[in-house]
Design a protein around this ligand. Structure first.
Ligand code: NAD
Length: 351
């Protein structure tokens, strides 16, 4: 039975990954290590919390002593590092915590894994450290072209810079020690359990509450959207079939402007929930500082080497996602109280 250490498993993608893996495999054990910041939510894992092969541990990936002891206590086979400060807007306000968690936290995990896995000059068999990264490390594209794994790193926000720095350290552990690692760089995810500071759940929540819909700049920034389960499937494939030391880009060629996303959500809610919700709720607000114009992933490598492909078309995935938030109003209510309100006021009060 293989043991997976999933860090940041109480967040959006991490919790989806845990559900995906526990559904797919009976013979694995998952340890979910999460600090439970504002973005971590154990409600995301209610359905699996009593499974004998699932354990939750509240801890900080920067806590060297705790992490080292964890590797002594458990025979960990795979680390999937989702734990991160993940919101670009917050990184513009508070860059330090991004450097700490995203860079130092990753080094702390790498070191503990290296110490536990080293075997003479090499490493024990069937071990892997997978760093979950983002297409944002590549910077911004013009109208043409896509990010490949060879595109030079050119991050612009404190968030993407901290993720790029972590990627380079993970690469250094391969180059220096030949530690078994992979890095995945995925485009924007959407789906259930996403904290409503991110575009899609923010817009759904505001539509349902008839609050203004803040759209940065002219709304024409383009993101490449992937349904979260397709990301989870890719991570599973890279863990088990990815070549050591390699980077894999993950994306489904679903480029959409932000304003298109917002109008799609308005239109669904107008037609199915509340006919008084319409485009008059849209407010174009001052653009995000250093806002990247376009992201677009070239997924050729993961498709050709590992046979990955996205199963969910954007048009289906977005409806599935809106319906999930409509069916889980209690979840939304719980995550949008307290700290969220203070954050929201700070971000949007004067806009
Ligand atoms: P999220 O913010 O929803 O979740 C992050 C989780 O990490 C939370 O549960 C939080 O409590 C935990 N965490 C934060 N600091 C921690 C620490 N110091 N120690 C332990 N746990 C800590 O983020 P997400 O959207 O699920 O993203 C997960 C990962 O995927 C991140 O590394 C992010 O960079 C990457 N990624 C996200 C996207 C996306 O569209 N959301 C796209 C590509 C890559």
């Amino acid at each position: 039975m293989k043991t997976y250490l999933v860090t940041g498993g109480a967040g959006f993608i991490g919790s989806n990954f845990i559900h995906f893996m526990l559904k797919k495999y009976d013979d694995i054990k998952i340890i979910n290590l999460d600090k439970l910041t504002y973005a971590g939510n154990l409600e995301n894992l209610k359905a699996v919390e009593n499974k004998p092969n699932y354990t939750f541990v509240q801890a900080d990936i920067c806590d060297k002593e705790f992490i080292n002891n964890l590797f002594k206590h458990y025979d960990i086979d795979y680390v999937v590092n989702f734990a991160a400060e993940s919101h670009v807007d917050r990184s513009i306000i508070e860059p330090e915590i991004f450097a700490k968690t995203n860079i130092l936290g990753t080094v702390t995990l790498l070191n503990a894994a290296r110490n536990a896995w080293q075997d003479g000059d090499g490493f024990k068999e069937d071990k892997k450290f997978l760093q979950v990264s983002t297409d944002e490390v590549y910077g911004s594209l013009g109208k043409e072209g896509y990010f490949t794994e060879k595109t030079p790193l050119d991050p612009h926000s404190p968030y993407s810079s901290s993720k790029a720095a972590a990627d380079l350290i993970v690469k250094a552990y391969y180059d220096t020690y030949k530690m078994p690692v992979n890095i995945t760089r995925c485009s924007n995810n959407y789906g259930p359990y996403q904290f409503p500071e991110k575009l899609i759940p923010l817009m759904i929540n505001n539509c349902l509450n008839k609050k203004p819909l803040p759209v940065y700049g002219d709304g024409m920034n383009i993101r490449d959207w992937l349904y979260v389960e397709d990301h989870c499937k890719a991570i599973d494939m890279v863990l088990h079939k990815g070549k050591m030391g390699e980077i894999y880009n993950i994306g489904g060629h679903n480029e959409r402007t932000n304003i298109h996303i917002v109008k799609t959500i308005i239109s669904y809610i107008h037609d199915n929930v509340d006919s008084t919700v319409d485009e008059s709720l849209i407010r174009f607000v001052e653009d995000r500082k250093g806002h990247d114009r376009r992201y677009g992933i070239d997924p050729t490598k993961i498709k050709e080497e590992l046979g990955w492909y996205p199963e969910t078309k954007f048009e289906d995935g977005i409806i599935k996602t809106i319906k999930w938030y409509l069916e889980n109003k209690e979840w939304m209510k719980n995550v949008t109280s307290g700290e969220y309100q203070r954050y929201y006021e700070r971000m949007y009060a004067n806009r």
